[in-house]
Design a protein around this ligand. Structure first.
Ligand code: NAP
Length: 424
């Protein structure tokens, strides 16, 4: 608990309310320095007519908000994006109040907004939008057991509270991280090993756009796809958040060609023009991408395929794959059923096909993956001097009161790269 001494007898509050004398606040309500020093002064000055009016106004605001957010059961509440009727269309999203999560022994509570002291709000925090958020909102993709039911799997923010067993993090650390759910909120609880230190040169929005996309891409391409130098790589949904990350990582890991598929000429133009983007591209709506792959690779085929589309692409994927080719399947965007398929390419080309969902992986697996991404890729994302070989492509940053529009933009497949939402 933190004790706050407030206004003295006879001084009306700025809002005309009764004077505040003493408050006991849960320590989670108490922002970090510099205000702590002011509170010391306030206590000393109590009998001298209160010369720290601005500090009192700040304290008053903070206390009122804290009291408003303390339920009768003594729980602190927070704002989060919730779903009216539990599931539904984008219009069902709204900002509501829920109980603030508390960290367990090995977890870290990350504050995503500092509203008690508006003067500190220049530190904007954010979360990334992902396709799975749409599926979860529609009731088609439940969070894993034990995860928050609130949407959102990635975020950037400031550590505000530590579980008793946490080592290596301290209050005030700026981080980005991956969670099983709960990032569409002012506060999120994350396992300590699911955090990475936010590089100082990245904005909050840029940092929030990294975890899910780059971890998925790294896992699919490097761990499962076992990319080697000079491989030919085929990446579907090339203009998606994950797709752009895969393309750039394939270039980083020295692929010979990176062939991307997407649905419009504008997306193709951009994928071919970004630094370390696709070397070739095909519009899957009007071209047979397997013929394109065979033509570009002079009959060799794709050594690694990263697929999100499933049904409509499956047979062509088998056809496009090289001997000993590896395909990672990450989603079922066009459907999950293929009615008639010739399996002989799997046998005779010795193909390996593996599916994966990052969200379902064990904490230990996720921790290991995050640790590798942190060491092997994060330093080159943008780069300290802006010369990193991997870039962040943010389609648009929304305020969280625009969450409905943000979801609709993604549903309409309009985004090139990442949609990010700032908590405000
Ligand atoms: N398994 C995992 O661990 C994992 C983790 C993260 C994401 N994912 C999956 O990865 C995919 C990309 O995620 P994201 O958040 O980056 O998505 P995103 O930015 O919303 O991009 C998805 C893109 O997929 C393409 N697409 C949609 N329906 C399609 C269809 N029927 N056929 C072909 N292309 C289609 C669209 O681009 P075009 O204009 O090119 O059609 C769309 O913009 C999603 O399916 C997501 O569920 C999987």
């Amino acid at each position: 608990m933190v004790v706050v001494l407030g206004r003295g007898r006879g001084r009306r509050s700025s809002k005309g309310k009764n004077p505040i004398l003493l408050f006991l606040l849960p320590s989670s309500c108490w922002p970090a320095a510099p205000s702590l020093h002011e509170s010391d002064h306030l206590q000393c000055d109590l009998g001298k007519g209160f010369q720290h009016a601005s500090a009192f106004n700040q304290l008053e605001g903070m206390v009122e908000q804290a009291l408003q957010r303390t339920t009768q059961a003594g729980h602190i509440t927070m704002r989060a994006i919730l779903i009216r009727d539990e599931y539904g269309p984008a219009e069902n999203l709204y900002i509501g109040e829920v109980e603030q999560p508390a960290p367990r022994a090995e977890q870290v509570l990350v504050k995503m907004i500092d509203e008690a002291f508006p003067s500190l709000q220049s530190q904007v925090k954010a979360f990334g939008l992902n396709r799975m958020d749409i599926s979860q909102r529609e009731g088609k993709y439940p969070p894993p057991p034990g995860a928050s039911k609130i949407l959102g799997v990635e975020f950037s923010g400031i550590v505000t509270e530590l579980g008793s067993d946490v080592v290596g993090w301290k209050i005030g650390d700026e981080v980005l991280g991956l969670v099983g759910g709960g990032a569409y909120a002012e506060y999120v609880v994350a396992p300590q090993k699911n955090l990475m230190k936010k590089p100082a040169h990245l904005t909050w929005a840029e940092a929030a756009s990294i975890p899910e996309n780059f971890l998925t891409a790294f896992q699919a391409l490097v761990l499962i796809g076992e990319i080697c130098a000079n491989d030919h790589v085929l990446v579907h949904a090339g203009a998606s958040g994950v797709g752009i990350a895969v393309i750039q990582l394939a270039r980083l890991y020295r692929a010979q060609t990176v062939i991307a598929t997407t649905s419009t000429e504008e997306k193709i133009r951009r994928l071919l023009s970004i630094p370390n983007g696709a070397t070739h591209a095909a519009n899957y709506k009007v071209e047979d991408f397997s013929a394109v792959v065979k033509h570009i690779t002079k009959g060799h085929g794709a050594d690694v395929v990263i697929d999100f589309v499933a049904q409509s692409h499956f047979i062509k994927n088998l056809d496009a794959m090289a001997m000993d080719g590896r395909m990672t399947m990450l989603a079922l965007l066009s459907g999950a059923t293929v009615h008639s398929v010739d399996l002989s390419p799997i046998l005779f080309k010795r193909l390996r096909i593996q599916g994966s969902t990052l969200r379902s992986r064990s904490p230990a697996y996720q921790a290991e993956l995050i640790s590798r991404l942190d060491k092997e890729v994060l330093p080159v994302i943008t780069g300290e001097n802006g010369d990193g070989s991997v870039r962040i492509y943010i389609h648009k940053v929304y305020g969280w009161n625009e969450i409905i529009e943000a979801h609709k933009e993604m549903e309409a497949n309009k985004n090139f790269g990442k949609i990010v939402v700032e908590v405000a």
